[in-house]
Design a protein around this ligand. Structure first.
Ligand code: TYD
Ligand code: MG
Length: 462
């Protein structure tokens, strides 16, 4: 008799082994192995194998010339939810036949968002089935009433078994299926408990097949752990077409929706929401919302303009420099890369602002994360401002990347950033050397800086 191939599985990354192991050789997690059922027909690999066959029923069996496909008109019709920020992040609405994963910590508002999206799709004439494995039909109904989400085209089901969800929608034939969540859905023949790696992977694989086979768009909720990882396998992100993360900050109650992966549009787009008593409200003027309550003339705060996808946001960078003991000082970076902060601190040290015996805390207000180097000069300016206990003045916006030799380097899309600053009433901009031919927009004075020393001189010289 053939021996079963594998019997143990890492719950963190899905690595399989014939023996139980204390430490996973793949992801180095300790005590993460649990007994898994052996892979046989109809379990585990079945979804993957079927996916390897053909992704959709109308897929041609042979390669065809691309021009022929264009001539046949394969352009898809996107489904709009009316939740503008959500549609924008997806690149202009949901693509039929796609699977989108919405990840976030428990309680951040994923179910609320998807219920609003489902109701909006219904109001736009698209049938939606919302299958919840976490809440009863009555609970979802009550929430929908509160969110003003009643429409005849929205159908609710409370079910955890995936096949029953897929059977249940047969007569309805919705354009969109919402599955909340991938951790509660389960496929009985896989054997392991809901939420385990094999279950999560199988559920996702079957939903991908279902979406490609029927042309139905699937929205899948996935909880992430405190460490920010999708609970279950990381492979989930590779299976689906788009991944959106929903992140929260407690104060102010903003929620940031961020496109992480998108097969049908650009990534890096960001949308801002506020959680209110009537559900999530889109913030249409994010710069104004993020700058609200700014204390302009306090040392340690500087405003910069960041590109988030195609949109420009004005962000307040705050820094606090406090005395510490050389050799054991803290550097805390919230909203920026800690490695980048360490580099900026070192560059400032060379530029006559020694920080080796100081604790440095940096925070980006509103819970937004900056991934651009164009904010370097603003971070450095906020740190120096706190160090000197001197405010640069409230009408400055600061832009520029800092190199290791202390040079201030150019930033992309300078004109768009300056335009946003002008729109919000900023009068002066500290910028890298402007290439010839670029003109300052009316209403803002540009001050060029070639080095960190020059920049700090312009901001803090009295
Ligand atoms: P929920 O969507 O259930 O989060 P998730 O599905 O990500 O776990 O909502 C989380 C929180 O949002 C919950 O604590 C209550 C709050 N909330 C409001 O403040 N206003 C509302 O209108 C709704 C529906 C929820
Ligand atoms: Mg939920």
């Amino acid at each position: 008799m053939a021996r079963p191939r594998v019997t143990f599985e890492c719950t963190a990354c899905g690595h399989r082994s014939v023996k139980w192991l204390g430490k996973c050789p793949d992801c180095s997690a300790w005590n993460s192995f649990v007994e898994a059922l052996p892979v046989t027909e109809g379990t585990g690999k079945s979804g993957a194998r079927a996916a390897g066959a053909r992704v959709s029923e109308d897929a041609p069996a042979r390669p065809v010339p691309i021009t022929q496909l264009v001539a046949e008109g394969v352009e898809e019709q996107r489904l709009l939810s009316g939740v503008g920020e959500f549609d924008r992040i997806l690149g202009g609405g949901l693509v039929p036949g796609s699977v989108t994963l919405i990840g976030g910590e428990p309680g951040v508002g994923k179910s609320t968002l998807l219920l609003q999206v489902a109701a909006g799709l219904g109001k736009n004439g698209h049938k939606v089935v919302y299958a919840s494995g976490e809440e009863s039909v009555a609970q979802v109904r009550d929430r929908a009433v509160r969110l003003d989400g009643l429409t005849d085209l929205l159908f609710l089901q409370s079910e955890t078994e995936l096949d029953r969800v897929l059977d249940g929608i047969k007569g309805i034939e919705p354009a969109v299926l919402v599955v909340d969540s991938v951790q509660t859905a389960f496929v009985p023949d896989v054997g392991s408990t809901p939420g385990s790696v094999s279950q999560v992977r199988e559920v996702a694989a079957r939903l991908v097949l279902h979406a490609k086979g029927t042309g139905r768009a699937v929205l899948l909720v996935g909880h992430v752990t405190k460490q920010g990882e999708m609970a279950g396998p990381r492979t989930l992100e590779h299976i689906v077409d788009a991944v959106i993360y929903f992140e929260g900050s407690a104060n102010p109650p903003f929620r940031v929706l961020r496109g992480q992966k998108n097969r049908f549009g650009s990534t890096g787009e960001l949308g801002l929401f506020e959680m209110t008593g009537e559900g999530l409200k889109e913030i249409t003027e994010p710069s104004a919302a993020l700058l609200e309550g700014r204390s302009e003339n306090r040392p340690g705060t500087v405003v910069t303009a960041c590109m988030e996808g195609s949109r420009c946001l004005l962000l307040e960078v705050q820094a606090l420099v406090a005395p510490g003991f050389p050799g054991s000082v803290r550097r805390t970076a919230l909203g920026i890369d800690p490695g980048r902060l360490a580099m900026l601190v070192a560059v400032l040290g060379k530029a006559d602002h020694p920080l080796h015996d100081k604790e440095v805390y940096v925070n980006v207000v509103g819970g937004v994360r900056i991934s651009e180097t164009a904010a370097d000069l603003a971070v450095a300016a906020a740190v120096v401002s706190s160090l000197l206990s001197r405010a640069p003045g409230g009408d400055w916006v600061v832009l520029g990347e800092i190199g290791l030799t202390g040079e201030v380097r150019s930033v992309p899309r300078l004109d768009q950033r300056l335009a946003e600053a002008v729109r919000h009433g900023f009068k002066r901009a500290l910028v890298p050397t402007i290439p010839r031919g670029v003109e300052a927009p009316a209403g803002i004075q540009l001050v060029e800086a070639r080095t960190v020393e020059e920049a700090m001189g312009a901001l803090f010289a009295r």
